[in-house]
Design a protein around this ligand. Structure first.
Ligand SMILES: *Cc1c(COP(=O)(O)O)cnc(C)c1O
Length: 423
């Protein structure tokens, strides 16, 4: 068979089956060219919140595409960009009055890191302390795949080839249940000893690191330790934002307002690539000057693309006008019921739910490393055969569906998770 010229992401073309071709999608369902109806149980890699092709978002995209398709955003502006920033500031927790646009979660994180470093550099320039460069991170974190975002994420097989180029960070142990105090103590020590510029965290759930959950109380305490030491607190809500954990932001459950907030994935309801980094007054002020050298030097060609902004405005309107939180609460309840069922299945351990996210681990027992390394792909293939889009992380399977998923479809997903213990 001839090879496709497409080089797919996170895909070993030397091993994997040809990718199924999807022709259209609606709600939580994908329709393939060969006539299959596939349940999108991971929201097309965590982005699709209200379901595929939500009519309101589709209409907003079509309308904007006929008016203004793209515009340089340095020195120029447009209505969707202005309106979206104003609406985001109004919708997000008070204390984050400035919005910087980019186009992916990874870039939103790069921007956040550059803002934090710029804050310290610009302060140092006017004699307010030394510049700070060190970043603290949480063990097992994932913040994206660009070099800076990889640097603040966990090291492993995914980035080994680039490891010598990744910058050094301070790693705070993950707050495992029962060992939360060790995390908090380590954070206090690092804040005092290392004079870090910032601490970056995924609030409540570490996604790509294995859907690891920790409590709002730990999040709240980590935030207050940083505040007490004058260390900037960056919340990467790229995955957890837009209702995933049961509330609009995961930070809300801890009453936490970060200094810098990253949003992407669900920002356009999962329809267009767009990201934002929200900043506090102090971060913005540190860059505001009559001195050009204090400018925040970051841009990409499609910064604040008007069509993507229009899609995001439609997402915000859906949040305001449809019962999104009620839908999320109902889904969270069904996920909790599925968790209770799966807990009793032999071979399944560590079942957990955080809002709309259900995760579990397949017990490995005496399995060797070879078994573990092939388990993920074998699980993926098993689910694909059942017309389910699931993509386990090693021996961890998780379900993160669009909020509109039908009860029957969700039940089919849970049943498959139970059956997969026979693999
Ligand atoms: C997915 C993800 C990113 C990266 O976002 P991309 O849009 O894929 O670049 C960053 N942080 C977290 C927590 C994520 O889950």
């Amino acid at each position: 068979m001839s090879r496709s010229p497409v080089w797919h992401p996170f895909t070993q073309h030397g091993l994997e089956e040809p990718a199924p071709l999807v022709e259209r999608a609606e709600g939580a369902i994908l329709y393939t060219r060969d006539g299959r109806r596939v349940i999108d149980a991971i929201s097309s890699w965590w982005v699709t919140t209200h379901g595929h092709c939500h009519p309101r978002i589709v209409a907003a995209i079509a309308e904007q595409a006929q008016k203004l398709d793209q515009l340089i955003f340095a020195g120029w502006t447009h209505e969707p960009g202005e309106r979206l920033a104003a609406e985001l500031v109004a919708m997000m927790p008070a204390g984050l009055p400035y919005v910087f646009y980019s186009d992916s979660g990874s870039t939103a994180v790069e921007v956040a890191l550059k803002m934090a470093l710029g804050f310290w550099a610009n302060h140092a320039q006017v004699g307010r302390g030394e510049p700070r460069h060190r970043i603290l991170v949480l063990e097992h974190s994932y913040h994206g795949d660009t070099i800076g975002a990889m640097s603040v994420g966990a090291r492993g097989v995914f980035n080994r080839a680039y490891a010598p180029l990744l910058f050094d960070v301070g790693t705070i142990p993950f707050p495992k249940a029962g060992a939360e105090q060790a995390t908090l103590d380590a954070l206090v020590v690092a804040c005092a000893a290392e004079q870090p510029a910032a601490f970056i965290v995924e609030p409540l759930v570490l996604g790509a690191g294995g859907m690891l959950v920790y409590s709002p109380d730990v999040l709240r305490q980590m935030r207050s330790i940083c505040a007490a030491h004058g260390v900037l607190f960056i919340a990467d809500e790229v995955m957890t934002g837009w209702g995933r954990t049961g509330t609009l932001l995961a930070c809300e459950q801890a009453g936490v307002v970060p200094d810098i907030l990253c949003l992407a994935k669900g920002l356009t309801g999962g329809s267009m690539p767009l990201a934002v980094t929200l900043a506090s007054e102090a971060i913005y002020d540190a860059h505001y000057s009559q001195d050009r050298s204090k400018t925040f030097y970051h841009s990409s060609s499609y910064t604040a693309n008007p069509i993507a902004c229009a899609a995001a405005l439609a997402n915000l309107a859906i949040w305001r006008e449809e019962p999104v939180l009620a839908r999320i609460a109902a889904l969270a309840e069904r996920q909790e019921a599925a968790r209770a069922m799966l807990t009793d299945v032999p071979g399944i351990v560590n079942t957990r739910v955080c809002g709309t996210i259900l995760a579990l681990d397949y017990e490995l027992g005496a399995a060797d490393a070879g078994y573990l390394s092939t388990l993920g792909p074998r699980l993926t293939a098993f689910f694909r055969e059942r017309d389910l889009l699931l993509r386990p992380l090693g021996n961890t399977a998780y379900v993160m569906p669009p909020y509109c998923i039908a009860t029957d479809d969700l039940a089919r997903v849970s049943a498959a998770l139970a059956d997969a213990t026979y693999l």
